[in-house]
Design a protein around this ligand. Sequence first.
Ligand SMILES: [Zn+2]
Length: 148
Amino acid sequence: MFPWTDEQIETLKSLWAAGLSCKEIGRKLGCSKNAVVGKAHRLKLQQRRNPNHPSHLITARLKAREAAKQIAAASAFGASLLQLEPGMCRWPVGSEAGQHRFCGHAKREEGPYCAAHAAIAYIPAPHRVREPKEAPRPSASAQWIEAA
Ligand SMILES: [Zn+2]
């Protein structure tokens, strides 16, 4: 178990409040991510959303996927490759009688998909709290050269 000092606990609390990931906090304190998670739990620090998997994005993606399923079901199995016109959505919806089928609905102005399929295909980048870059650590070979 990681021996926590009062100073490290205060650092943990401030980094936690700043939104750094458990891995990043662990790196700064010289302990594992799991040690940070455990200590934060024991300190009853407020739970945070995972910045890399915001639940609102997951929810939006599931809703978009469900909407796309309904569109695909309503579109009588889409269009074949030969039926696709330049303004039609190219989202693959399956195959029928050995022919690939595509959504075929009106596509958005930019990109190859309709609005519902674009919502599935393109997920906005998650918001991340970036810490300033650390100076590069000497490589193992550089340490070996110094020791020689
Ligand atoms: Zn589509």
